[in-house]
Design a protein around this ligand. Structure first.
Ligand code: IPM
Ligand code: MG
Length: 356
């Protein structure tokens, strides 16, 4: 089994190093090969997604991705910015289904900014469509407005669009995930304003006919944002478009107190996937050895489950993470009085040890 290791920028390399350590300790035969991506790709080869990196990712069975982005690349033209690497990988590899679980570990209940009773036991799954919507829709750009009240003026524009088959396939992912969990799916849209999302709602309603055992609810995105902070435990699985999913998944992640804990998977139609922590590259703490590697380690566990068909090894890693938390080990982002503060590398080592 070949795993492409793409550390990226900022804290990416240090957190990936810990996940690789854990993978190497499992006693399986993985072939791992790394390549630069994001700002690191630009520095090495003049492009955030160098050809060799894309080739490696295409050939691998799974991809473990750190994070991309750093303020020092903000002045580059858009096509060369680090974020284009992750967008390019999603598009080129057809990784249309993004799974972002938000789970509150009981040991970290105090880390949430919400009252413990609102979040304790939280376990929701956001499924974000990842290769369509306004993120990729064309035309887009800056032009002279051809019509409207500001005709003749310069304007920026993007295009929101979803094809029927795109909505159907992500709806299936949503219903199937709900079927394996609490059998409740919330489809988030903005059907009251946007044509694209009225269409979305209609298609999801149609796909629902194939899943009579799953309860489907439709919710406008503004209300969904409100309900996520008001009563997040009412959700089971949420399925939504690329743009809304980007925003809601950050909000959901923070319910758990630390975005440093949350893994994610981006899957294609055959369960080949890219696995990355939900957090970003945090350039402000890069190289200090204080970043939380657990989201990346848990992403490696997701990779074992979804792409490499090693579910028992995934459970081993997840149990080890629970154990180090129960033992009171904390990186700076989740540290509180009475727990032991450890650095990135020591946290990785503790997980390796807890594998048993
Ligand atoms: C995410 C990120 C990306 C996105 C950026 C880095 C392009 O915010 O994975 O959520 O907007 O999808
Ligand atoms: Mg985001």
């Amino acid at each position: 089994m070949k795993i492409a290791i793409l550390p990226g920028d900022g804290i990416g390399p240090e957190i990936i190093e810990q996940a690789v350590k854990v993978l190497n300790a499992l006693g399986e035969k993985f072939e791992m090969e790394s390549a630069p991506v994001g700002g690191a790709g630009y520095v090495a080869h003049g492009h955030p997604l160098p050809d060799a990196t894309l080739k490696l990712a295409t050939e691998a069975d799974a991809i473990l991705f750190g994070a991309v982005g750093d303020w020092k690349y903000d002045t580059l033209e858009r096509a060369l910015r680090p974020e284009q690497a992750i967008l390019g990988l999603r598009k080129n590899l057809g990784l249309f289904a993004n799974l972002r679980p938000a789970i509150l570990y009981p040991e970290l209940a105090g880390a949430s900014t919400l009252k413990p009773e609102v979040v304790s036991g939280l376990d929701i799954l956001i499924i974000r469509e990842l290769t369509g919507d306004i993120y990729f829709g064309k035309p887009r750009g800056v032009r002279i407005a051809p019509d409207g009240p500001f005709e003749g003026e310069r304007e920026g524009f993007d295009t929101m669009r979803y094809a029927e088959s795109e909505i159907r396939r992500i709806a299936h992912v949503g219903f199937q995930a709900a079927r394996k969990r609490g059998k409740r799916l919330t489809s988030v849209d903005k059907a009251n304003v946007l044509e694209t999302f009225q269409f979305w709602k209609d298609i999801v309603t149609d796909v629902h006919k194939e899943y009579p055992d799953v309860a489907l609810e439709h919710m406008y995105v503004d209300n969904a944002a409100m309900q996520l902070v008001r009563a997040p435990k009412k959700f089971d699985v949420i399925v939504t478009g690329n743009m809304f999913g980007d925003i809601l998944s950050d909000a959901a992640a923070m319910l758990t107190g630390s975005i440093g804990m949350l893994p994610s998977a981006s899957l294609d139609a055959n369960n080949k996937g890219l696995y990355e922590p939900s957090h970003g590259s945090a350039p402000d703490i890069a190289g200090k050895g204080i970043a939380n590697p657990l989201a990346t380690i848990l992403s490696a566990a997701m990779m074992l489950r979804y792409s490499l068909n090693l579910p028992e090894q995934a459970v081993r890693i997840e149990s080890a993470v629970k154990k180090v938390l129960a033992d009171g080990l904390r990186t700076a982002d989740i540290h509180e009085a009475g727990t032991t503060r450890v650095g990135t590398s020591d946290m990785g080592a503790a997980v390796v040890k807890a594998l048993g």
